[in-house]
Design a protein around this ligand. Structure first.
Ligand SMILES: *Cc1c(COP(=O)(O)O)cnc(C)c1O
Length: 461
């Protein structure tokens, strides 16, 4: 990775969106009125919004001009063919099924392949993927390597799947019980950690041996390719596009949430390398849930922005700057003695709230407390990935079940903020660090039965 001070952003700013920091008194009032749940805040009350990198990218002049030539014909619009050609070119896949988001592509895929009581094996499924597997009454099986679950261990490819466990699972349960193998690149659920080319190649050998379809969840494939280029031997001189082409050649198809590495605000797709029968099956479901085969729930202009964004997402200087910025924030926080998950992933920095606020036990929701404090301190919005999100109340015993980690994720939108915004984030942590032993915990006073973190209400202890 190039040193961050040897280059500047590979773009200049044509249009700006004003943001304002409310004063501390206003922030105190707003967060209290939001029941200490950051999802309840209005965006205009947030100064720097690091809630998610999904759909929050700034589009380029090239993408915006593409939107002006959106062809809104119901069938056969030009922009569909541009998208199909882009996917053909970058991924090497012939059949393209546009959808309104990544999860819609997952819905089509799972409806086609997955039946009750089957096991869908992956390195680590994203939560909507897991949701679709469970909706079909099947089981998500996560076989990420052990190193991938150790927050303090520095390992270049923490998104890799454990190949021995994969083969053993296929043999022990019989391959027919596994309708799909899904590799998520980068692996979102353990912090945006990459999968190596070698691992992908080996998975494809096993998938072929046991005749199982291998699908890539490609939301952050370009960031994954960047890590391969910089960390895996033999790839330093290859282009991101060549690396992507090789990676996708090992799989039979992919789903993509275009709201990540395709630099658009909405959209997704399902694509297959060469299986026309799968494609025709997919279109049947697409027509019922999304729309006709050439638009799939998107406007022509969205298809065009997506086709152009896919190319921009693979540009080397863009990726260098993008990942460089995530590492810049990671470095600043490390300098300030804020404990973070290492190595830093592709799309954000994960702060270990349990280590940062050791006086708060899990019962007092340390990660939520830190996320609230970050808003109070500077109007910065992050997301809790700890007890609120992954813990639950056991419906039979009424006991709380706690997750292994208490994390606060600072997800960085693409091309939207500058390093000076990152400096403000680091400064906020420095301010919090000075008085962190006085930070109080929280308790949940209202929760929904599933996905409680979106709507939960809290009270300060
Ligand atoms: C965001 C995401 C999805 C779901 O995509 P949406 O566009 O939000 O529906 C699936 N997989 C991964 C890895 C993701 O990050």
């Amino acid at each position: 990775m190039r040193s961050r001070d040897s280059y500047a952003e590979p773009y200049r700013i044509k249009m700006i969106e004003p943001i304002r920091q409310k004063d501390r008194q206003a922030r105190e009032k707003l967060i209290k009125e939001a029941y200490y749940n950051l999802f309840n805040l209005k965006a205009e009350d947030v100064y720097i919004d690091l809630l998610t990198d999904s759909g929050t990218s700034a589009m380029s002049a090239n993408q915006w001009s593409g939107m002006m030539i959106g062809d809104e014909s119901y069938a056969g619009c030009d922009n569909f063919y541009n998208l199909r050609d882009a996917i053909n070119d970058i991924f090497g896949y012939s059949y393209v099924v546009p959808t309104h988001q990544g999860r819609a592509a997952e819905n089509i895929l799972m409806s086609m392949f997955v039946d009750e009581k089957q096991d869908v094996i992956g390195n680590m499924h994203f939560d909507t993927t897991e949701g679709h597997i469970r909706l079909r009454k099947a089981n998500p099986v996560n076989l990420v390597i052990n190193e991938g679950l150790d927050p303090e261990l520095d390992h270049p490819f923490k998104g890799n799947i454990n190949l021995e466990s994969l083969e053993k699972t296929l043999q022990d349960n019989g391959p027919e019980r596994a309708p799909l193998i899904i590799m998520t690149v980068t692996c979102n659920s353990n912090g945006g950690q990459p999968v190596s080319m070698e691992n992908m190649r080996e998975v494809s050998v096993l998938a072929k041996k046991y005749k199982r379809p291998l699908i890539i969840d490609a939301a952050r494939y370009a960031e994954n390719c960047y890590f391969i280029k910089h960390r895996e031997s033999g790839y330093a001189d290859k282009s991101i596009r060549d690396i992507a082409r090789e990676m996708f050649s090992y799989a039979d198809g992919c789903t993509m949430s275009s709201k990540k590495d395709a630099l658009v605000n909405i959209g997704g797709f399902l694509a297959f390398k060469d299986n026309e029968d799968w494609y025709e099956d997919a279109v049947q479901i697409q027509i019922c849930y999304e729309g006709f085969r050439t638009y799939g729930g998107l406007a022509g202009r969205d298809l065009e922005a997506l086709a152009r964004g896919l190319y921009e997402g693979t540009e080397e200087d863009y990726l260098e700057d993008r990942i460089g910025q995530v590492y810049y924030l990671g470095g600043k926080l490390t300098e300030a003695d804020v404990p973070i998950i290492k190595p830093v992933g592709g799309h954000g920095v994960f702060v270990d709230a349990a280590r940062f606020l050791p006086h708060l036990p899990q019962t007092k929701l340390p990660a939520q407390a830190l996320a609230v404090e970050l808003y109070r301190e500077a109007g910065i919005r992050s997301i809790e990935l700890g007890t609120s999100t992954f813990g639950y109340t056991n419906p039979e015993t009424g006991e709380e079940v706690y997750p292994p980690q208490e994390l606060v994720r600072l997800a960085i939108p693409r091309r939207a903020y500058t390093d000076r915004h990152m400096d403000m984030v680091a400064k906020a942590f420095e301010g919090i660090a000075e008085r962190k032993s006085n930070i109080n915990g929280l308790k949940i006073i209202y929760q929904a039965k599933i996905l409680r973190h979106f709507t939960a209400r809290y009270e300060m202890l």
